[in-house]
Design a protein around this ligand. Structure first.
Ligand SMILES: Nc1ncnc2c1ncn2[C@@H]1O[C@H](COP(=O)(O)OP(=O)(O)OP(=O)(O)O)[C@@H](O)[C@H]1O
Ligand SMILES: [Mg+2]
Length: 410
C-alpha cells in the first residue's frame, strides 16, 4: 500500500513502537512522535488507533493533520470539525452538548448519511477564535468518554502569525484528564525545540518517540511473504537491494514494491531497476521544474550530497574539494536554503537528499558539463551574460532529456 492505512495485514512491523505508544496513552502520558517525512508516522498513528479501538471499542480516536493550516483561526476551524459531535454516542446528546458549550460561533449541523452522526462545521469570526478554542477544549474535557487525539504535522503551529500559540494550547491540553494526545511531526529540530527546550511551554510534557526505517529482516519477511502468497517469487537478496537503495525509507521502498507487485511476475534485480527507472522518469519533469528555483551552486551541492549518499561535514575541505564546490561561505548559504526548503535533510548520521527518488534522478543527470562550463567560463571566453543565457537552459535541457547514467558516459 502506498497511501493510507488499511489494516494490520498490510502494515509491517512497528511492534515495539506500537506497544510503547499504547502503553504511554493507557497510562495517561501524551506522546511526541518524530520522524523524517514519509517514514511512516501517520501509518503508525492509524495502526495504534486500530489496536486501541480493538481493545476498547467504546473509546474515541480523533486524527487531525494541520499541515495546511496557516493561522490559529485555521487550527480552530479544523479542530472544531474534527472534534465536535464525535464524543457523544447519540446524535441528540451531541446536539445538546455542542449547543451548551459552543456559544461564540454558530455551528452548522449536517448528518453523516452512513452513521447518522452529526457533522459539525463552524464559522469562526476572527475576533472569536480564542473563545471558540476554549469552548472546544471545554467540550472535550466534559465528555465521559476516553479519547485520544492525534495532531499530525504539529510543528506547523510555529508558523502561525499569532504570538503565544504553544502556550495557549498547552494551557488547555494539560487540564483534560480523559484525553491524551499524540503530537507528530517531521521537522526534527523544530519538534525537539518545542518539547525539549526548557524555555518552551510543552517542555518535557510528553513521552518522546522517534522512528527510523523498519528493520530489514522484518521488512524482508513481510514483502517476500506477500509476493509468495500471490504466487510470485521475490528473493531475499533482491529485496535487500531495494532496501539498501532507499536506506529502508518506508514510502520509497513501498512505492517500488507496489510497482513490482503490479508486474505480476518473479522479481529479479533487472525488474527492480526497471521499476525504479519508471518511477523516476515519471517524476523527472517535476524535479527539473522544481530545480528552476535554485541556483547553480545549490544544485551543484545537491548533486555532490547525492553522489556521497550521506555527508557528515558539508563544509569540510575535502568534501568541497572533491566536488569542486565554491568557497565554504557560499556552500553554507546553499546548504541553508536546501535544508530550509526540505530538499536536504539533516539525519543523525549526516546530510542526505530528502527525496530518495529525486536522489536517483539527480544521480542520472550530467550536470558536470554545465558546472564545468560555468566554472571555467572566463577562460573559455564566455561572459556572464552568455553563461546565464545558455547555461541554465542547457542545464534544464539536460535535466529533462538526459537519462544516461553518468558513469556509463565516462
Ligand atoms: N509499517 C508500514 N508497513 C507498510 N507500509 C507502511 C508502513 N508505514 C508506512 N507505510 C507506507 O508508507 C507510506 C508513507 O507513510 P506515512 O504516510 O505514514 O508517512 P509519514 O511519515 O506520515 O509521511 P509524511 O511526513 O509525508 O506525512 C504509507 O502510505 C504507507 O503506504
Ligand atoms: Mg504523515
Amino acid at each position: 500500500m502506498i497511501s493510507g492505512y488499511y489494516s494490520p495485514e498490510f502494515f509491517c512491523d512497528r511492534q515495539q513502537e506500537t506497544a510503547k505508544i499504547i502503553d504511554a496513552l493507557h497510562n495517561g502520558r501524551d506522546v511526541t512522535l518524530i520522524a523524517p517525512r514519509r517514514m511512516g508516522k501517520t501509518g503508525l498513528i492509524r495502526h495504534v488507533f486500530y489496536h486501541l479501538r480493538e481493545r476498547q471499542p467504546d473509546i474515541v480516536t480523533l486524527y487531525m493533520d494541520i499541515y495546511s493550516t496557516q493561522s490559529l483561526g485555521d487550527f480552530v476551524r479544523l479542530l472544531a470539525n474534527t472534534v465536535l459531535g464525535k464524543l457523544d454516542s447519540a446524535p441528540q446528546k451531541a446536539l445538546s452538548r455542542i449547543g451548551k458549550f459552543i456559544r461564540s460561533c454558530r455551528p452548522v449541523f449536517t448528518f453523516d448519511e452512513l452513521t447518522g452522526m452529526p457533522k459539525v462545521t463552524v464559522d469562526v469570526a476572527p475576533s472569536e477564535e480564542n473563545n471558540t478554542l476554549k469552548e472546544i477544549f471545554e467540550y472535550l474535557g466534559s465528555s465521559e468518554k476516553r479519547c485520544y487525539v492525534a495532531i499530525d504535522e504539529f510543528q506547523q503551529i510555529v508558523e502561525y502569525p499569532e504570538n503565544g500559540v504553544e502556550a495557549l494550547l498547552r494551557s488547555y491540553i494539560q487540564f483534560l484528564p480523559n484525553i491524551n494526545f499524540i503530537f507528530a511531526g517531521s521537522r526534527q529540530h523544530v519538534m525537539q525545540e518545542m518539547f525539549i527546550s526548557s524555555k518552551k511551554p510543552f517542555y518535557q510534557s510528553t513521552q518522546l518517540l522517534t522512528i527510523g526505517s523498519i528493520e530489514r529482516a522484518e521488512y524482508s519477511r513481510f514483502a517476500t511473504d506477500y509476493f509468495k502468497k500471490h504466487g510470485t517469487r521475490f528473493p531475499e537478496d533482491v529485496f535487500d537491494a531495494v532496501y539498501d537503495k532507499f536506506a529502508g525509507h518506508t514510502w520509497y521502498v513501498q512505492c517500488v514494491l507496489n510497482r513490482l507487485y503490479g508486474y505480476n511476475c518473479d522479481v529479479d534485480n533487472s525488474l527492480v531497476g526497471y521499476a525504479v527507472e519508471q518511477i523516476v522518469s515519471e517524476l523527472s519533469y517535476l524535479y527539473s521544474d522544481l530545480l528552476k528555483g535554485y541556483s547553480m551552486g545549490q544544485i551543484h551541492l545537491l548533486k555532490a550530497i547525492v553522489c556521497e549518499g550521506c555527508v557528515k561535514e558539508v563544509l569540510a575541505g575535502d568534501f568541497i574539494g572533491r566536488h569542486r564546490l565554491r568557497a565554504a561561505s557560499s556552500v553554507s548559504a546553499a546548504l541553508k536554503k536546501l535544508v530550509d526548503n526540505e530538499l536536504v535533510y539533516r539525519s543523525d548520521s549526516g546530510y542526505i537528499v530528502y527525496d530518495r527518488f529525486m536522489g536517483e534522478w539527480l544521480r542520472m543527470q550530467l550536470f558536470d558539463i554545465v558546472f564545468y562550463i560555468l566554472r571555467y567560463r572566463v577562460r573559455l571566453g564566455i561572459t556572464n551574460r552568455t553563461s546565464s543565457l545558455y547555461c541554465t537552459p542547457l542545464l534544464l535541457y539536460l535535466c529533462i532529456n538526459n537519462n544516461i547514467d553518468k558513469d556509463e558516459c565516462r
